[in-house]
Ligand binder design. Structure first.
Ligand code: BTN
Length: 257
């Protein structure tokens, strides 16, 4: 099915709804690599994504027709390859801003790009950049959001859905439309060169920012405080000796006690 339900300039103007697919990221990647050019902002949404991919080779669980699983095609030729984390920021901010009016202040962005409500994960993103000739040729921003999922299997222990928070179902297409509009807004800010605004806004919504918390790195458990995120996405945590430690993804674990 193909129609346009999303207001705005380009995100969602080409909207393709699939009944069933392995992964909307895979589908969009395949489509984007075909010879026919695909317009920026194309959105692929699946009612049933049966082999969703998550970060770090994990899967992504979503019962059919109850959750949002979709991917957006972006063409950020205006960004340097070294600025790719700004895309992560812009997309995270878009998802966050669409949800915040519904959930209130317990909503945070967990570094690098999870959406957390309290101590539980409400959504996640898989942002894949295709780099060619030292340029970002295109980006596939895949977003999974737990919307009307009444409960989760044991093997998804830390998840929460909007329905569990609000005790009511939420219309998937209304939410999709809100998210697309907000992502478009943040993306256009990046394009207009307001990178610092994007970086500051991302930091201000960060989970555990400036809070004494427990982390695990290289097998060691330690107390520390998230202080900042470098332009390139490296996380900066200050330990109890006031040393600033730097971590990339997979190098640090957040320990909840
Ligand atoms: C994570 O937190 O591990 C990232 C999850 C990303 C899931 C979304 S659902 C739509 C898109 N298609 C995929 O296969 N993955 C992303």
């Amino acid at each position: 099915m193909q129609n346009n339900i999303i207001p705005g300039l380009f995100v969602g103007q080409n909207f393709i709804l699939l009944k069933e697919v392995d992964s909307t990221n895979n589908y969009l990647k395949e489509l984007a690599s075909n010879s026919k050019p695909l317009s920026e902002g194309t959105v692929i949404m699946a009612e049933n994504q049966y082999a969703g991919r998550g970060q770090q080779q994990n899967g992504w669980f979503a019962d059919p027709c109850k959750n949002l699983t979709f991917s957006i095609l972006l063409k950020p030729a205006f960004l340097r390859v070294t600025e790719q984390f700004d895309l992560v920021r812009a997309v995270s901010l878009g998802v966050f801003d669409a949800l915040a009016p519904l959930t209130g202040s317990s909503l945070k962005i967990k570094w690098p790009n999870d959406i957390y409500y309290g101590e539980k994960k409400l959504g996640g993103m898989l942002i894949e950049n295709m780099i060619q000739g030292g340029q970002i040729k295109h980006t596939i921003a895949g977003i999974g959001l737990n919307v009307n999922q009444p409960n989760f299997p044991d093997w998804v222990p830390n998840a929460i859905s909007l329905q569990q928070i609000l005790h009511t179902d939420y219309d998937l297409k209304t939410l999709l439309s809100e998210i697309c509009s907000h992502i478009e807004g943040w993306y256009l800010k990046l394009k207009a060169g307001k990178i610092q605004d994007v970086r500051d806004s991302y930091l201000s919504r960060l989970y555990w920012l400036n809070e004494p918390r427990t982390f695990k790195a290289k097998g060691d458990i330690f107390m520390g405080m998230i202080k900042s995120v470098r332009d390139n996405g490296i996380l900066i945590v200050e330990n109890n000796n006031q040393e600033e430690l730097e971590f990339s993804l997979k190098e640090i674990e957040f320990i909840n006690k």
